[in-house]
Each structure stands twice: as structure tokens, then as C-alpha cells.
Design a protein around this ligand. Structure first.
Ligand SMILES: C[S@@+](CC[C@H](N)C(=O)[O-])C[C@H]1O[C@@H](n2cnc3c(N)ncnc32)[C@H](O)[C@@H]1O
Length: 194
């Protein structure tokens, strides 16, 4: 579980186990992984091809993979324009407020090369009433990598989000939609910089 202050059982809304499909994706050059602390799943999958950035040093220190890790805020990326072919966000956008999500999309667009792709795996967070909003929304996941299966959980108190929300945000940022799919409460989106 990635929230360090563990909420009590009655302060959590734990949804059913989700099983994201994490097929080995093709990527040219280095991959920038946004919010790559915690389990650092993309780092575990792609190893030294990954530069993981996270605003939390502790989350990066805890990530078990041995790729390069840098403390950095996704809303203020310290890379030049047109630096990467591939940027990933694996259950990271769910941890952000709406304004942060918007700024992150702009920054990802900026650091991607033309034709570069932004790959997102995330979960539906439904609109909630005031009582429900006080609880942590906890998403248990089980993900299969080539050589192992990882079970973890991501818990947040954050605004609603779904696939359509990110498609709108991507359009506003000038991304093209390349791929979309969903499975139970999780979705995969792939956007391309024109
Ligand atoms: C728990 S992780 C998500 C899962 C992680 N990608 C993995 O593979 O396990 C979410 C991370 O996003 C980070 N994060 C949230 N907002 C951020 C921001 N504005 N910039 C950088 N990292 C951010 C959090 O610090 C947290 O470590």
C-alpha cells in the first residue's frame, strides 16, 4: 500500500482486486516514468531503460528496481523539450489533483518528441458524496511481469477520474488518441504528440 499514513479499515473504501494487462510495450530510447516510486512497476519491467521521476524521495528509495531515479515534480520537468520517445504513468495520475493533472499533461507533451507516446494505466474514481470523500479509495492490483507477479494496492483521496476525463484533457493538450482499452475498473490509454 503506498499511503504511508495507513488509514483505518472504516476510513477506506477498498474496491475489488484489479488485474491490469501490462504487456511488454515497444519503446525507442529511454522511457520517462512519471511517479515511478512506490513499486516502480515500469522500472521493474523495463530496467535501465527507465528514468523514474517522483516528487517523493522516500517513494523512489522504496522502489525495488535499479534504474535511474530522480526527485522531480511532474508539473515542472527538468528536461529539455523533445527529449523522450516514451513517457509512462502507471497508477500515478490518480494521486494528483485536477490542476496538477493538467500541468503534468502539458509538461509531458513538452518533453516528448514529435510522434512520441504517453502511456497511461489508471483506474476509475467515481464521483463521491461528502461522506465517501473522507474515505481513502483503495485499489488492490495484481500485475504479471515476465518473471513475477506483483500484488500491491494504491490508496488515495482524490477527485473523480475516468477514461473520458483523460481523453478530454489530452485533446485540450493537443495529443492524438492512439489506443484505448478497459478492463473492469481500470483503463489503458496511449496518446501521441503530433
Ligand atoms: C504510489 S505511486 C503510483 C504507482 C507507481 N507508478 C508504481 O509503479 O508503483 C504514485 C506516485 O506518484 C507520485 N506523485 C504524485 N504527484 C506527483 C507529482 N506532481 N510529481 C511527481 N510525482 C508525483 C507520488 O509521490 C507517488 O509516489
Amino acid at each position: 500500500m503506498n499511503d504511508h499514513k495507513q488509514p483505518k479499515e472504516d476510513e477506506m473504501n477498498i474496491i475489488e482486486m484489479q488485474y491490469p494487462n501490462l504487456d511488454d510495450f515497444k519503446a525507442e530510447g529511454l522511457i520517462l516514468d512519471i511517479g515511478g516510486g512506490g513499486e516502480g512497476i515500469i522500472g521493474q519491467m523495463k530496467g535501465k531503460l527507465v528514468i523514474a521521476i517522483d516528487k517523493s524521495k522516500r517513494e523512489l528509495e522504496e522502489a525495488p528496481s535499479d534504474n535511474l531515479k530522480i526527485v522531480m515534480d511532474a508539473t515542472d520537468l527538468q528536461f529539455l523539450d523533445n527529449s523522450f520517445e516514451t513517457v509512462t504513468a502507471f497508477f500515478t495520475l490518480m494521486y494528483m489533483l485536477e490542476e496538477t493533472r493538467e500541468k503534468t499533461f502539458k509538461e509531458v507533451f513538452r518533453v516528448l518528441k514529435p510522434g512520441g507516446r504517453f502511456l497511461i494505466w489508471d483506474v476509475i474514481i467515481p464521483e463521491m458524496d461528502e461522506e465517501e470523500k473522507k474515505k481513502s479509495y483503495v485499489v488492490p492490483i495484481e500485475v504479471k511481469l515476465q518473471d513475477k507477479t506483483i500484488k500491491t494496492g494504491y490508496g488515495v483521496r482524490r477527485p473523480a477520474q475516468d477514461k473520458e476525463y483523460y481523453k478530454k484533457l489530452a485533446k485540450k493538450t493537443d495529443f492524438n488518441l492512439l489506443v484505448e482499452s478497459e478492463k473492469d475498473l481500470i483503463y489503458y490509454l496511449e496518446f501521441q504528440k503530433k
